[in-house]
Design a protein around this ligand. Structure first.
Ligand code: AMP
Length: 483
């Protein structure tokens, strides 16, 4: 199968060739012809399968003719996280370079003014996180009556993040006659219910069974006897033994990310953390420095890291066995991407045996246990008390702003209070140290605490939704210029 067999226009084919793709991935081969025919699609595919291009490429062609009216996007892509939204917009930039499509990114943490300007000019493709989209809708800044294509990406993630009510509300605002493309890595019952409600006679495509992990990822289980301290020691032992170029370390809870991040920093590792409450520029900068290899380890949560396309991640460490078994597949899917091989270690305490059993049930097999001597955790190497003060160990790092360790609690909030909460979890701030042998500088990222965040909107607290009855949006009252 070649890209030329899919029915795409020469403009899009040229753009694809320029990116360097030679053959479509299975999801692209199966989805693109159906999307071009105007059919609804239900795609069960993980990130890393090329699913973004499976909807962006045909969308560029479908929308090649016609023009968007001011504030009335012609297509809408809803994603759970800002990073994913940004990634999709980068895809549109790449593949749509030979087309005249206009695009806007509506994500929390970035300027309303710029977003408004773009919407005023009229956009063909609107890529948004649910919170910011509803926010703008409620302010009467956007109309959804002209949306002809809806894409819901990472639906299961939306479910995990509590966005389903928002998504249902958004879909309720769209025209009933539209094309809907719905993607989810896994298909739990609630996601299936949504798909049934949103899609009409969809073409169902499943390129990767939900329980399967990429074959390029070697999975290893490290059973740790003791507590979190022993786990941290085990992780460090693994970091010493493995050739780690770039690793994601997943924790289940904010508290554990915080402790682990500080511990790794204390041990002079090159480490950063990513969380949803950082100002968008800081989130982007942290990711960029990780992508650029300036930071070796990124401690993160499922919320902060899922869906990201980070091709060079050599290792994933599940510092905690995920609470939701499906997250295991997502986490380890961050490595072994784009044909590379990757290694995924899962550290499990006896107390996590239930969660581990759920993961093996989902996988349909046991995860191979580490060989003896690997991540030797019998003797904790950490002091029994709190981590040693910094002065005891020579620091080979500098810190942004020179203010020493900036924890979430110490730093003033920087985000606009208008921002809708895209990501409900709070993870500690970023910093950098280096892997044992080679130290590099530290960059501490400003952040804010849960206490300082804009409160999550409740139905009662939200401004009333403008309607054409009582509250006609101001822009609708502007005089119309007649040609
Ligand atoms: P996605 O699943 O959309 O996040 O894509 C994962 C990665 O695969 C991205 O880095 C894409 O640039 C890359 N990719 C997408 N389609 C192809 C293709 N047909 N051939 C090679 N790489 C691709």
């Amino acid at each position: 199968m070649h890209f030329t067999d899919l029915g795409l226009s020469p403009e899009v084919l040229n753009a694809v060739a320029d990116v360097g793709y030679t053959t479509p991935t299975p999801i692209q081969a199966q989805a693109i012809p159906h999307v071009l025919m105007g059919r609804d699609v239900l795609g069960c595919a993980q990130t890393g399968t090329g699913k973004t291009a499976s909807f962006t490429l045909p969308m560029i062609d479908i929308q090649a003719s016609g023009r968007a009216k001011a504030r009335m996007p012609r297509s809408l892509i809803i994603t759970p996280t800002r990073e994913l939204a940004t990634q999709i917009s980068e895809n549109f930039d790449l593949y749509g370079k030979n087309s005249k499509l206009s695009m806007a990114l509506l994500i929390g943490g970035s300027s309303f003014v710029e977003q408004n300007k773009r919407l005023d000019r009229g956009v063909d493709v609107l890529i948004a996180t649910p919170g910011r989209l509803l926010d703008l809708y409620e302010r009467g800044k956007i109309l959804l009556a002209d949306v002809k294509i809806l894409v819901i990406d990472e639906a299961d993630r939306m479910l995990d993040m509590g966005f389903i009510p928002d998504v249902e509300r958004i879909v309720g605002l769209l025209p009933k006659i539209r094309q809907t493309l719905f993607f989810s890595a896994t298909m739990p019952r609630e996601v299936r219910r949504l798909a049934d409600a949103f899609l009409m006679n969809p073409k169902e495509i499943s390129v990767d069974p939900p329980s399967s992990a990429a074959e390029t990822v070697t999975q290893i289980l490290v059973k740790v006897h003791g507590d979190q301290k022993q786990k941290r020691a085990a992780l460090r032992a693994l970091l010493e033994q493995e050739k780690v170029n770039s690793a994601l370390i997943f924790c289940n809870r904010k508290k554990d990310v915080d402790v682990l991040y500080k511990s790794l920093r204390q041990h002079d590792y090159s480490v950063a953390a990513l969380h949803g409450d950082m100002a968008q520029p800081v989130r982007t900068a942290t990711l960029e420095s990780f992508k650029a290899g300036e930071v070796t380890l990124l401690v993160c949560s499922d919320v902060a890291a899922r869906g990201l396309d980070l091709p060079a991640v050599s290792h994933v460490f599940n510092f905690d066995v995920p609470v939701h078994a499906e997250d295991y597949v997502h986490r380890i899917g961050r490595t072994g991407r784009a044909g590379r091989s990757g290694r995924a270690f899962t550290l499990a305490l006896p107390a996590e045996s239930k969660a581990l059993a759920a993961v093996t049930r989902l996988l349909g097999r046991e995860i191979a246990q580490a060989e003896k001597g690997q991540a030797d955790v019998a003797e904790p190497t950490e002091p029994a008390t709190a981590p040693a003060p910094e002065a005891e160990k020579p620091r080979r790092r500098s810190r942004r702003g020179g203010s020493g360790r900036k924890t979430a609690a110490k730093v003033a909030p920087v985000e606009t209070p208008l921002e809708a909460p895209d990501v409900p979890e709070v993870i500690p701030t970023a910093a950098v140290a280096n892997a044992p042998a080679t130290a590099t500088p530290v960059a501490a990222a400003p952040t804010k605490t849960r206490a300082t965040r804009a409160p999550r909107k409740t139905a009662a607290a939200s401004p009333p939704s403008p309607s054409f009855g009582e509250h006609t949006p101001a822009f609708m009252l502007r005089p119309v210029r007649v040609a």
